[in-house]
Design a protein around this ligand. Structure first.
Ligand code: XMP
Length: 305
């Protein structure tokens, strides 16, 4: 575990040293990693940091509003409303890697424009230790690691939390007094809900993934999972009222892990599972079936794509 006081002091000094009198930009994702990196950088260089939050429309329920509130104190915060542009970029795309690529590309375009506007020479990133390992292993393309630096011509990249594990980042977040919704937030993938939808992302299945994930996160807080969410994995027949419907199949996933590199499916009690099932099928008329994923990682990954 890290000595958080010492860590914060050293990280702030490192950022000041690296950025000097120049401007920097950071892509805020709402997750704890980039939030901590942003808070440290803001403490180091104040409004010379432009935090950019791109609302991809692939975020969790209420996340954009929470980000606005949490970072309200940063006057330089920019929120980019890019939901429609992301949906357009994803139209007709079904291959998992192609989806990640389309999102990564779109994200770079949005971010590049803001970085130029902010006249930023430095890029601050919330990359943590496991991101680097997994990217080196090239298990899949993580859009928050690859890509950005090559496209935008930055003088330097600063990664203040690069040596920390997620639980250590959370400790630093608490030490920095970041709000609990941020410090305790479950990890969320860069490509957002898109990797929790098997096949093409549409406005309709995106809404199902968002609402169902909200139910799962809400119901499983007491299990303290590393991640818990719902994924839309296809369609199947069901009966609602007097009618047969061809509704969505939602898979519920809840895993324990330290770093996301391996994970164990959590054992949940039947009542909890039934409550989740009845809330999801009750609140979402177009869902006909709810499954629980009992697969560990490996052989499965945590996300679905
Ligand atoms: P998988 O699905 O590979 O996920 O077992 C391992 C951990 O990484 C997260 N994840 C991502 N995070 N960009 C991210 O920032 C990504 O492209 C990405 N893909 C997966 C996932 O949520 C889990 O915590």
């Amino acid at each position: 575990m890290v000595d958080t006081g010492e860590f914060v002091e050293e990280a702030v000094a490192e950022i000041r040293g690296a950025v000097g009198d120049a401007n920097a930009v950071i892509a805020l994702s709402g997750g704890v990693d980039s939030s901590v990196a942003a808070a440290l950088a803001y403490e180091a260089i104040g409004d010379r940091l432009t935090p950019v939050y791109v609302d991809t429309g692939l975020m969790r329920k209420g996340e954009t509003e929470e980000i606005r509130e949490t970072f309200d104190y940063m006057e330089s915060l920019r929120v980019v409303e890019a939901q429609e542009r992301f949906l357009d970029a994803l139209a007709g795309v079904t291959d998992p890697e192609a989806k990640r690529h389309a999102i990564g590309e779109r994200f770079i375009r949005e971010f590049e424009r803001e970085a130029r506007d902010a006249d930023a020479d430095y890029l601050v990133q919330g990359t943590i230790y496991p991101d680097r390992i997994e990217s080196e292993g090239n298990i899949k393309s993580h859009h928050n690691v690859g890509g950005l630096p090559e496209v935008v011509d930055f003088e330097g990249i600063v990664e203040p939390v690069r040596d920390l594990y997620k639980d250590e980042v959370r400790e630093v977040a608490r030490a920095l007094d970041l709000e609990e919704v941020v410090s305790e937030r479950m990890p969320f993938p860069g490509p957002g809900l898109a990797v929790r939808i098997v096949g093409e992302v549409t406005e309709e299945n995106l809404e199902v993934a968002r609402e169902a994930t909200h139910v799962v996160e809400d119901e499983l807080t007491s299990y303290d999972p590393w991640q818990a969410f719902a994924a839309v994995i296809g369609k199947a027949t069901g009966v609602k009222g007097d009618n047969r419907v061809h509704g969505y199949v939602v898979a519920v996933r809840s895993v324990e892990s330290r770093d996301g590199m391996t994970a164990r499916a959590q054992e949940l009690d039947w009542e909890t599972l039934q409550r989740i099932q009845s809330r999801i099928t009750g609140e979402l008329p177009n869902v006909s079936r709810v499954l629980y994923d009992v697969t560990h990682k490996p052989p499965a990954t945590i996300e679905y794509e």
